[in-house]
Design a protein around this ligand. Sequence first.
Ligand code: SAM
Ligand code: TMP
Ligand code: ZN
Length: 409
Amino acid sequence: MEPNESTCRICGGRVREFFDFGRQPLSDYFPSEEELDNEFFFRLAVGMCATCTMVQLLEEVPRDRMFRYDYPYHSSGSERMREHFAATARRLIDTELTGQDPFCVEIGSNDGVTLRTVRDAGVRHLGVEPSGGVADVSRAEGIQVRTAFFEESTAREIVEEHGCANVIYAANTVCHIPYLDSVFRGVDALLAPDGVFVFEDPYLGDIVEKNTFDQIYDEHFYLFTARSVSLTAQRFGFELVDVERLPVHGGEVRYTIARAGRRQPSPRVGELIAQESRRGLADLTTLEKFGAQVGRVCWDLVARLRELRDLGFYVVGYGATAKSATVLNYAGIGPDLLPCVYDTTPAKIGRRLPGSHIPIRSAEEFRAPYPDYALLFAWNHLDEVQEREAEFTKQGGRWILYVPEFRIS
Ligand code: SAM
Ligand code: TMP
Ligand code: ZN
């Protein structure tokens, strides 16, 4: 095996690298002052399997390093995402959880942002969430949750205790799980004969089209397409029966999977796979071109930040996102170019961004006094952040975006 190759986690085929982001830290570990010398690093490189087309990382970070008691990401931190998940839950309740005493399992239920609505509807539910802190937050709200990683053994325990699930749902979690073989065997054990496994994750088609390269980080082990998900489902006796494009997080797809032959697939599935072929999403050359664009955008960002600093402008970051780790560590941007970043998450405030060690301050302090420019790492929450910080632009401040390329808005 060459250093720029690995073995596909889905089919055992050859994964060929198309971009290397170099040495990167855990994206969701925000070190305190005392922890700065003990950070964990790995090589963040991404490739595509020549056999099943699944895009995946070449190196895997051990799951217990990423999903710990103090995992800092709280899904309920965004109002728009709260609305998105409430609407998702209501739709599942109205369409799939309609029989006698239905049961809904969520993989990666985090702080209960989706199951809250399921609980309110009086529907039997269980979250499976390995990060103890967020699991405790949802438990305190009366949501049923098991602190565990979802895999085959967990699924077998659940079916033993609670019976089959009519819906197994996951958002921004299935792409985090390298051991999808075990997940699918678990779904096979737990799902009712006519049940559905529904999951939504960042879509490779949007990542390439909008150059949202910072969606690539330790936790996002897979970048899915309808084609790669469909082939994976088939390997485990399932079928991709519906796809829906979603506007959240810069563009996602919601995949609906059923046991093979149990449901009539929607024409949308074939249409999206055909569109992916036309766009060359399964061709290594398309992905290599995307990689070259990533390099250009990052070097341009560094040059523009230097220019603004040398002109005497005060530029800060906004949103201590996991995504920011990729761009900052790849481009080598540190506190000399970006002295601090503002965020609303209590667990992040007072700590440092991983790798770059840029200090994180409370969003309350953003206004004291306003900077000249703010580089928006939470670009997926642009509307919500702009609304919250309307006074910043009223007072002459400007937002900087770096995807698809550098832009002062
Ligand atoms: N579903 C929420 C959302 O979309 O906002 C949370 C997404 S968060 C990025 C990923 C979540 O998946 C974390 O809470 C993490 O602890 C959880 N997770 C990671 N591996 C898991 C596994 N094998 N089984 C269940 N949850 C897992
Ligand atoms: P995400 O892009 O992974 O969802 O993370 C968003 C981060 O941005 C999270 O740390 C919370 C933060 N944030 C703010 O600081 N202000 C806001 O208005 C919003 C919506 C998020
Ligand atoms: Zn493969």
